[in-house]
Design a protein around this ligand. Sequence first.
Ligand code: NDP
Length: 275
Amino acid sequence: MLKFAVFGNPIGQSKSPIIHQAFADSLGISIEYQKVLVPKDDFSARAKQFFRDPAAKGINVTVPFKQDAAQWVDELSQAAKFAGAVNTISRQDGGYRGDNTDGVGLVADLNKHKVQLKGTHILLLGAGGAARGVIKPLLAAGAQHITIANRTESKAHDLTKLFASNKVTATSLQNLNQLAGVIPRFDLIINSTSASLYNSLPGVCDEIIANAQVVYDMVYAQAPTVFLKHARRLGVAHQYDGLGMLVEQAAESFHIWTGLQPDTTAILARLREMP
Ligand code: NDP
């Protein structure tokens, strides 16, 4: 029996146990995967306690502990270094390694939807942890240029400094909206803000959204998010939510822990049916 957990606060809504159990069942391996509600200042003690059990192999980490986890581990993968955050901890000989699978998850989901990334111009809305984790993988997948626009402009600029590439630039939402008729259209708009969680739009004007081929909202919900509904009304051909990203990033965690690559199609369909 291999033991895993997801650490977060809040944690009640996490779908990770269902996803990982489905992966394990489909591959015929026995796991226990629990949700752990971790008090805000207790990440380190709880992680140590979890790994005292020799059967404990890994932890998924969600809000608000991804940066704590990056501090806690002994070694960071390249992806985790770039993201500045860890969502997957694995026990290794004599220590713990931190990974970040969000970017791999997003690119895998976009690939599944057959969204072209090579040579594309992407508008990335938001400059939080999720945005930071996906920039490098999007560039590695062939994106031609990524424009980051964030409600707090300075955070978007800070993010570009980490990448030091002329393929990643930042702008304010105000600037972006003023230039709507002048700048070339974006092939893909990725909403990495949490605005949809509050039923808000992320602040980009209709003209820019309407000219995109594809919009992607990292937030997922039973019904299409407010951003996806808005894009559909504006005539955007393809709109996708982040449920696929969630499942794909979980598959990458599972692969890191077990060396096995689970199929994601069946569990994604099951989650779509769940209330
Ligand atoms: P952070 O808290 O680090 O960043 C939140 C971002 O959203 C900031 O850029 C913030 O702007 C912006 N924002 C928040 N509210 C609004 C608003 N009303 N209008 C415009 N911008 C807003 O969160 P994360 O980056 O970690 O996560 C962002 C979202 O992505 C979350 O909702 C999360 O659920 C989702 N996510 C989904 C994943 C998946 O697998 N599908 C994986 C990871 C994240 P400002 O800087 O101005 O505050």
